[in-house]
Design a protein around this ligand. Structure first.
Ligand code: AP5
Length: 252
């Protein structure tokens, strides 16, 4: 595996936070992960980060980090965004875009990047294409994870997240060694508010309506890599790495 440290401060807290990431990578990969909520994008981004050294940039993690600030420290736009998130709705494009744009330096990370949860609408995808063009950054691939809805709902309903380091577990599929405690940092595990059944339904509808069309958008750009998300996280990661290797050979 590629050794690299995992400093996401500049992404999670904004450009005022210094980035101490010291990636050692020969070929930086710049990936977008697509797929329905709960398909396992965050789990795969974490594994891909460990294999490829690319930085895991999740828009959902930025909103959740803002949610743990004191209320007086949250901007009005961020308070609004947290309301959308709790209900399972998409945050308006303008708020998401503002947040990504002010972190655009992260797209130049020497280790590459793995965008997780962005873009999520055609408008966001078009804005990202323009930003990458302007910044002279080329995407390596867009990986789309595919899974039956019944399995997605089971993954979301059993998810638990560490309140300190944000590591993700599943009550039956990826349980922690000690119940409700994180294996990595011993932080307490909690269930995300948007993993309640009524929010899950809204999130899946928002995915079908707004995000699924991105599959065609990226297929038409010749960037799409399609991955079946069944099996263990390690198996899915191995499948992803070999599909990316095949793609790299073909485009060499
Ligand atoms: P975000 O945080 O991006 O959530 P999401 O896309 O809904 O995805 P999830 O984090 O729910 O799931 P995942 O695919 O990462 O799965 P995970 O690896 O955790 O966004 C949250 C909200 O923020 C949105 O609803 C929206 O409001 C807002 N937002 C964010 N970005 C936005 C944007 N660009 N525009 C507008 N709004 C935005 O896995 C799930 C569970 O399954 C875990 O328990 C895991 O342990 C388990 N699991 C994973 N892999 C496997 C496996 N292979 N086998 C068995 N279990 C597995």
């Amino acid at each position: 595996m590629t050794p690299s440290n995992d400093d996401r401060s500049a992404w999670l807290q904004g450009p005022a936070s210094p980035c101490n990431s010291v990636p050692r990578v020969n070929q930086p990969r710049r990936l977008v992960l697509l797929g329905a909520p709960g398909v396992g994008k965050g789990t795969q981004a974490d594994l891909l980060h460990r294999h490829l050294g690319a930085c895991h940039l999740s828009t959902g993690d930025v909103f959740r980090a803002a949610g743990s600030l004191r209320e007086c420290e949250q901007s009005p736009a961020m308070k609004d965004a947290l309301g959308y998130m709790r209900r399972g709705e998409l945050v308006p494009d303008s708020t998401v875009w503002e947040m990504v744009r002010e972190r655009s330096e992260c797209l130049h990370c020497r280790g590459g990047f793995i965008l997780d949860g962005f873009p999520r609408t055609l408008g966001q995808a078009e804005s990202l294409t323009q930003l990458l063009d302007r910044e002279g950054v080329i995407l390596t691939a867009v990986v789309n994870y595919d899974l039956a809805t019944s399995e997605i709902v089971a993954r979301l309903a059993g998810r638990r997240t560490c309140e300190k380091c944000k590591a993700v577990y599943h009550v039956t599929e990826q349980p922690p060694k000690i119940a409700d405690r994180c294996d990595r940092c011993e932080g307490k595990l909690f269930q995300r508010e948007d993993d309640r059944p009524e929010s899950i339904r809204v999130r899946l509808e928002a995915y079908d309506r707004s995000t699924a069309p991105l599959i065609k958008f990226y297929r038409d750009l010749g960037l799409l890599v399609q991955i079946t998300a069944t099996g263990s996280p390690d198996e899915i990661c191995a499948r992803t790495l070999s599909a990316l290797a095949v793609r790299a050979i073909r485009s060499a």
